[in-house]
Structure formats: structure tokens, C-alpha cells
Design a protein around this ligand. Structure first.
Ligand SMILES: Nc1ncnc2c1ncn2[C@@H]1O[C@H](COP(=O)(O)OP(=O)(O)OP(=O)(O)O)[C@@H](O)[C@H]1O
Ligand SMILES: [Mg+2]
Length: 335
């Protein structure tokens, strides 16, 4: 299966093949672009040219399947955890249909709605359902880019849903953190299922702006400084870190809030691990910084960790792990 993750600055494509219970890599590729995420595009021509960029990439990497799974940015999606009484699958389906309106902030007629049953608690007589809704016209723009590339989008899901598949362990509670370019997405995943999500518009671009302002340098220079010195407190006398800290704090505060919410509202436990991914997670010293500020053991997510790769391929891909988590998860989608 093929997974295509259209980010706000780059597109990642990956094709996997399942043999037995092993995932093998067929091909992969990523391409950067100047512009904005498809949902923010209003000019049809711009959607078309993004499609052309994608078409070139898929030709270059010799993608074999035309059917692809795509992701939707967390920022355009509304995710709600709803508690229904004990219901049959059929009853859940109609309850979602008739009651969605009260849970989502957009008219049902203008939304694409999906749901997933997280679990049925016999003791509390409760069914937990994760409801996901996105504006139809935004979803259509992503589908169009895919179509302009000569491909067919056969499914769409949120980035975090895909990422949970590629990064989260099947058992236990983990916290996923995707530090992208325009948004930082976070989720709490319990036994492979998402129980909480949040997206904030603070990520790589905001980090670069903070460094540019703090050190009074150009954005281009700041981008380099961010990548070279990051959150190191010793390099360059920690100047880059000092510039980054107020912005990065918005991320750590949100993580703490999320965990607090999960503990109090959902009576959940503290996650065992904070798994980080996304381009900006490659910033020097992100891992020790997050461990220290959140008090949770932080590890770098390995997007390819669940695939069977030969040594050579694993080596050549290792530097790209931080950007592929969503695409890999999409390609692992089985239903
Ligand atoms: N080594 C690095 N150190 C710090 N930041 C980095 C590094 N490499 C890439 N980045 C940052 O990662 C960001 C791009 O990440 P990614 O590819 O995950 O974004 P995206 O998926 O296109 O965006 P989004 O998910 O927000 O739509 C950029 O802001 C870039 O500056
Ligand atoms: Mg992304």
C-alpha cells in the first residue's frame, strides 16, 4: 500500500508491501515545496502545480500502485472522545450519525465524519467512541492534489492516526509529539489507540523566527543556527537556546496540560514514554530538553521501526526517520 503525507512544506511518499506479517519497503521519496498546505490554497492552479510536483516525485521513485492513503493535517480536523451508554455496533453508527452535530463545530452536511470504537466498558456500561470530523471542502483539496498527480486517494485519516500505527507500541500508554514546520501535533495513545489529540500552530517555522529575532539575524541564517545549535546550552554560549526557550516552552506547557487533562478527565495514567518525530525533532538536544522539562522519558521515534529493512536500506534511510512517520503509518493501513 502507498502512504502520501502532504505537509505544509514537503510531501513524503512511501510504498510498502506486506508478506506474511512483515512489512517490506518497495520505494520512498520526499520533495519540498514553496507554498502552503493544500487546505489553505484557494487557486485551482496552485493545487494543480502541487499535484505536478507530486507526479514528478512518484515517477522518479517508480511507485507501482495508483491507489494511495492520504493524511489530513490535525489543524483542520476536530477530534472528540465521546462516551455513549452500552450500545451495539449498529446503534453506535446511528448515534454518531444523529448526534454528531452537537459535538462538532461545523455543519454535518459540510463535514466528512469518521469514528472509531475505542472500547466497551461493561462495568461502567459505557462505550468510548473517537469522533473525527473535517470540513469537506478542505478534504477535497487534498484529494485534488492527488488526482492532479495521476493517483487516486482511496482513504484519508488524520496524521496522528497514521503516526500511531508506525510509532506507538501496541501495549502501554505513550505520548506522541510531531514537531513539524507549521504545527506541533500531540496525542496520547493507549494500547495502540488514540485517546487524546491536540494541535498547536507552533513548530519549526516559529522556532526559526524566534532565533532570527533573538539573535538579530536573517531567517535563512536563523534556520541554519537552529539546525546546528538547537537547544544546546553550551554551543554559542547557549544563545540559540535562550532565543528558542520561550517558544519551545509553549510546546512543553501544552504537553503537561494534555497529560494533566488525561489524568483528571479520563482517569488515565501518566504516559511511559514521550515519542518525538517531525523535522524539527532533529534539533540538537531536543531529547534531553524534553525529558528534563516534562519529567517523562523521551525517545526519538523510529518511523521505520516496524518495517523489515535490509541493513543497507536501513542505513540509507536512517537520517530520514523523523519525517516519514505519517507516510509509513498511512502505508501500513490495512482496512
Ligand atoms: N536538523 C534540524 N534541526 C531543527 N529543525 C529541523 C531540522 N531539520 C528539519 N527541521 C525543521 O523541520 C521542519 C519541517 O518538518 P516536517 O517535514 O516534519 O514538516 P511538514 O510535515 O512539512 O510540516 P507540517 O507537519 O507542520 O505541515 C522545518 O521547520 C525545518 O526547519
Ligand atoms: Mg508533518
Amino acid at each position: 500500500m502507498v502512504g502520501i503525507d502532504i505537509g505544509s512544506k514537503s510531501i513524503k511518499v512511501i510504498e510498502l508491501e506486506k508478506s506474511g506479517n512483515k512489512w517490506n519497503l518497495k520505494t520512498s521519496g520526499a520533495v519540498g515545496f514553496k507554498g502552503v498546505s493544500p487546505d489553505k490554497i484557494t487557486d485551482e492552479k496552485e493545487l494543480q502545480s502541487l499535484g505536478e510536483i507530486l507526479r514528478k516525485t512518484v515517477n522518479q521513485i517508480s511507485l507501482t500502485s495508483k491507489d494511495v492513503n492520504i493524511s489530513l493535517p490535525e489543524s483542520i480536523v476536530f477530534t472528540r472522545l465521546i462516551k455513549f451508554p452500552m450500545l451495539t455496533d449498529e446503534e453506535i453508527s446511528s448515534a454518531v450519525k444523529w448526534e454528531s452535530e452537537q459535538y462538532i463545530p461545523i455543519p454535518v452536511s459540510e463535514a466528512v465524519i469518521q469514528y472509531m470504537v475505542l472500547g466497551k466498558d461493561e462495568i461502567k456500561s459505557q462505550t468510548s467512541v473517537l469522533l473525527v470530523a473535517a470540513p469537506k471542502n478542505s478534504v477535497e483539496k487534498f484529494v485534488k492534489v492527488i488526482r492532479y498527480a495521476g493517483l487516486i486517494a482511496v482513504s484519508a485519516e488524520t496524521e496522528l492516526t497514521a503516526m500511531a500505527r508506525s510509532l506507538a507500541p501496541d501495549k502501554g500508554i505513550s505520548f506522541l509529539l510531531d514537531l513539524g514546520s507549521s504545527a506541533t501535533d500531540m496525542s496520547i495513545v493507549k494500547d495502540g489507540k488514540i485517546v487524546f489529540t491536540r494541535s498547536i500552530p507552533v513548530a519549526g517555522e516559529a522556532f526559526t523566527r524566534a532565533v532570527a529575532q533573538g539573535l538579530n539575524i536573517t531567517l535563512q541564517q536563523a534556520e541554519e543556527y537552529k539546525k546546528t545549535y538547537g537547544l544546546s546550552s553550551t554551543q554559542l554560549e547557549g544563545k540559540v537556546r535562550i532565543a528558542l526557550e520561550p517558544v519551545f516552552k509553549m510546546v512543553t506547557e501544552e504537553i503537561k496540560k494534555a497529560i494533566h487533562f488525561y489524568q483528571t478527565e479520563e482517569k488515565g495514567e501518566i504516559p511511559n514514554a514521550l515519542i518525538v518525530t517531525g523535522g524539527a525533532s532533529s534539533m540538537p538536544d531536543v531529547i534531553p530538553y524534553l525529558t528534563e522539562t516534562t519529567g517523562i522519558e523521551t525517545i526519538m521515534g523510529n518511523a521505520f521501526g516496524k518495517l523489515s529493512l535490509d541493513v543497507e536500506t536501513a542505513k540509507s534511510l536512517s537520517g530520514y526517520s523523523s519525517i516519514y512517520a505519517t507516510a509509513v503509518g498511512l502505508a501500513m493501513r490495512e482496512e
